[in-house]
Ligand binder design. Structure first.
Ligand SMILES: [Zn+2]
Length: 97
């Protein structure tokens, strides 16, 4: 009986610990994403060297060349775009330079 009670308490403590770790990881991920967005914002277009500007197209946040040479998405936005593309029934095209 006492052992069973102790096990349940142990499980609860482990759950609380896991929840705290998840919360910490989410906060850290959010901070890292903000840092990466900040870095992207200072990146220049490889074609015309103008600084990229923040833009939202079709609900996707991206950094785009003001001269229209291209746009850069972070990994999460790219993943989301590819998922939408697949759902639309078309294969994504990749270009390798
Ligand atoms: Zn450009």
């Amino acid at each position: 009986m006492a052992g069973e009670h102790k096990d349940r308490l142990g499980d609860k403590l482990r759950n609380v610990e896991a929840a705290r770790e998840d919360q910490w990881a989410r906060k850290r991920d959010a901070e890292l994403i903000e840092v990466m967005r900040g870095r992207l914002a200072r990146i220049a277009c490889p074609n015309c060297k103008q600084f990229l500007i923040a833009k939202t197209e079709a609900g996707l946040k991206m950094q785009a060349c003001p001269g229209g040479h291209g746009a850069w998405l972070d990994a999460a936005a790219l993943k989301s775009a590819l998922k939408e593309h697949k759902l639309a029934g078309t294969k994504p095209q990749t270009t390798v330079r």
